[in-house]
Design a protein around this ligand. Structure first.
Ligand code: PLP
Length: 384
């Protein structure tokens, strides 16, 4: 076991050690850690649905009717009414023919990518795609190529030399989780069409936030028909747990028969599906949550811009502040922590070396007072 303690020492010495914090109350803008109150700017619960009264009520009702656990895989006896209702709700929300739900977004990416490509195929990724996409690509056995972040020339160069491949799959985040910028989906669609490649878009951070009806970045660019495989998670803006893929009926039937992270795992508890259904309904009914979120995002960005703070290329509710060195990022995050504000330092290997950053995420339920407190604290701890 010596190599384990040696490795731990190395991780600590390079400023990359990760600690767990314990939150003692419900997920909200204000949370409690070890009895101390904090203002959080690091939750993916963008619309406050993780603790919304309608969501909580839907869960209680579902537990009353269906109990808790699902008891088996979807393909054995774990497929319950609410799994079907949820998949139906997702396919309508995403305006696709069908949808399949996995226990997490991570598992949705693993299951979908490994089913869509294998030995002899080609899978192509943006350099900054989420770890679950990268893991799916590696596990698939397909040849795996990466293009520089959002660089369409590089993407096309890869495809130009890919005529020997039968199946070609391009996978991209829609909102990049560490930089907060958007994939150039219209360009990807144009290039994919030229080389007959399939496109899969991960809407983890886009769903509930982008598009006129909150369907995601695909809706924002009006590309619903052009994107073959729309993946996303139920655990961010939707406030629950689970991952999904939506697409045409054949695609979804195929994944039900092929995706190992769907077949060989227990179905989500039905009450978890009830929470997701309630969340999706709220997003469709109440556009004011999304409007408040965008008001907050614009307010923060205007202030940071006037302070000349480098927000990398953020176009979304994910706002990074570029710091550089890992140690310095940790130090600044700690100064904020001492002021009761929670913004994590993101370090390698999550981001490239020397691009350590503070990563803020904004919620619809942050108040004007919360925003002003944030700006005040940031202007104290950042040296310009
Ligand atoms: C969070 C995230 C996932 C994983 O979703 P989970 O439901 O948390 O497993 C996948 N892709 C992206 C881009 C994400 O940000």
């Amino acid at each position: 076991m010596k190599y384990i303690s040696d490795e731990l020492i190395k991780i600590k010495e390079s400023g990359l050690y990760r600690d767990l914090r314990v939150v003692g109350n419900a997920q909200d803008t204000h949370i409690e850690i070890e009895g101390r109150p904090f203002l959080s700017f690091c939750s993916n619960n963008y619309l406050g649905l993780a603790n919304h009264p309608s969501v909580v009520k839907a869960v209680k009702d579902a537990v009353g009717k269906y109990g808790w656990g699902a008891g088996a895989s979807r393909l054995v006896s774990g497929n319950m009414t609410l799994h079907e209702v949820l998949e139906d709700a997702i396919s309508r929300f995403k305006e696709k023919e069908a949808a399949i739900v996995f226990p997490t977004g991570y598992m949705a990416n693993l299951g979908a990518i490994t089913s869509l490509v294998s030995n002899g195929d080609l899978v192509i990724c943006d350099k900054l795609n989420h770890a679950s996409i990268i893991d799916g690509c590696r596990l698939s056995g397909a040849d795996f190529r990466v293009y520089a972040h959002c660089n369409m020339e590089k993407l096309e160069n890869i495809l130009k030399k890919a005529s020997k491949y039968n199946r070609k799959l391009i996978v991209t985040d829609s909102v990049f989780s560490m930089d907060g910028d958007l994939a150039p989906l219209p360009d990807i669609v144009r290039i994919a069409g030229k080389y007959n490649a399939l496109i899969m878009v991960d809407e983890a951070h886009g769903t509930g936030v982008f598009g006129k009806n909150g369907r995601g970045v695909v809706e924002h660019f009006n590309l619903n028909k052009e994107i073959d495989v729309i993946m996303g998670t139920l655990s961010k803006a939707i406030g629950s747990l689970g991952g999904y893929v939506s697409g045409d009926i054949d695609l979804i039937s195929y994944l039900r028969n092929k995706a190992r992270s769907f077949m060989y795992t227990t179905a989500l508890p039905p009450a978890v599906c009830a929470a997701s259904i309630a969340g999706i309904n709220l997003i469709q009914e109440d556009h004011s949550m999304r409007e408040s979120l965008w008001y907050n995002v614009r307010f923060i960005k205007d202030k940071l811009r006037s302070l000349n703070i480098n927000m990398i290329s953020s176009e979304s509710q994910i706002i990074p502040i570029l710091i550089g060195g890992a140690q310095k990022a940790v130090e600044i995050s700690k100064l904020l922590y001492e002021r009761g504000i929670l913004i994590p330092a993101i370090r390698p290997p999550t981001v490239p070396a020397n691009s350590s950053r503070l990563r803020m995420t904004v919620m619809s339920s942050h108040t004007q007072g919360d925003l002003e407190r944030l700006i005040g604290a940031l202007s104290e701890v950042l040296d310009f």
